[in-house]
Design a protein around this ligand. Structure first.
Ligand code: ADP
Length: 275
């Protein structure tokens, strides 16, 4: 594949700002140009090598930060994506923040307070495992705040993300799109596999029962908050290797376009003699 093929993959899954999204019509199980896992894993390996090199430059360049937002229903593969895509990248240049139920202190502040504090500094790639979008997802589905409060948050999120972008943060947002049937298979696998049982949470079944409400909330989130400066990508995620490949490709391609450079070395180094 050449660069233009990569771009096609990226634009295929990008939510065009202002467009209408029908999640039920978007694929969860497709595997693009790959028929076999082996081919996609090979392609991902290639990206990973490129990603490691680009991240090393990005860190040294120290001009921008990159924020990667991962959202999806339980079992969609937020953890797995991080593990597989970022493998091989220098851990010193990456932060991962998992957002849980807010603490009392966090709740005593505006909803973006804890988010802003966790945004990556220049040179770093910051990954959000869940994010400020929970404040228009779980919060909306469970009526944790009144509608007039959560409904104002889309504009607030857009303004916040614009502010970050204008201050040097590149934002990529991925919705890992799985089918309800695939979630059932993965939850069952957690129950059946001893090493995965610890991940099973009875509460996940309550959320699963609210699937349609979540899909409605996700639809609004990706529709209202996909912007040119901070686009949403909807990634078919029933097939894990394809999900990893697409996410890895989009991150690598975005970094590639930024073209980070190692800083110029000090002058006069040619004459330096180390004794
Ligand atoms: P995982 O992300 O692996 O599922 P947990 O099982 O600890 O981790 O789940 C974190 C929980 O925190 C999720 O149920 C999520 O909806 C919840 N959460 C995250 N952010 C918020 C928020 N702003 N308000 C309420 N609940 C939240």
């Amino acid at each position: 594949m050449n660069i233009s093929d990569y771009k096609r993959v990226r634009s295929k899954y990008k939510v065009t700002p202002g467009s209408t999204v029908d999640l039920s019509a978007l694929p969860t199980a497709e595997t693009g140009e790959f028929k076999k896992k082996k081919q996609a894993v090979k392609a991902l390996k290639k990206f990973r090598k490129e990603l490691a090199e680009l991240q090393s430059r990005f860190y040294a360049w120290d001009k921008k930060a990159m924020l990667i937002v991962l959202q999806g229903m339980d079992t969609a593969g937020k953890d797995g994506t991080i593990k597989h895509v970022m493998r091989g990248v220098n851990p010193q240049g990456v932060t991962v923040t998992s957002f849980k139920v807010p603490s009392a202190e966090e709740l005593a502040h505006d909803f973006l307070w804890r988010i802003h504090k966790a945004t990556p500094r220049r040179g770093m790639i910051g990954i959000f495992n869940r994010s400020h979008y929970e404040d228009v997802l779980v919060v909306r589905v469970h009526n944790l705040v009144p509608p007039d409060v959560w409904s104002r948050r889309y504009d607030q999120i857009n303004a916040f993300e614009k502010h970050l972008t204008e201050n040097g943060v590149i934002i990529l947002k991925f919705f890992l799109h799985i089918s309800k049937e695939e979630q059932a298979r993965r939850l069952q696998a957690r129950l059946d596999t001893p090493d995965k049982r610890w991940k099973f949470n009875k509460g996940d079944l309550k959320e699963r029962a609210l699937w349609d409400d979540y899909m409605a909330a996700y639809t609004d989130a990706v529709q209202k908050c996909s912007t040119e400066y901070a686009p949403w990508y909807i990634i078919p995620s029933d097939v894990k290797w394809y999900r990893n490949y697409v996410v890895g490709q989009i991150i690598t391609e975005t970094l590639h376009e930024l073209n980070p450079q190692y800083p110029e070395p000090e002058e006069g180094l040619d004459d330096v003699v180390i004794v």
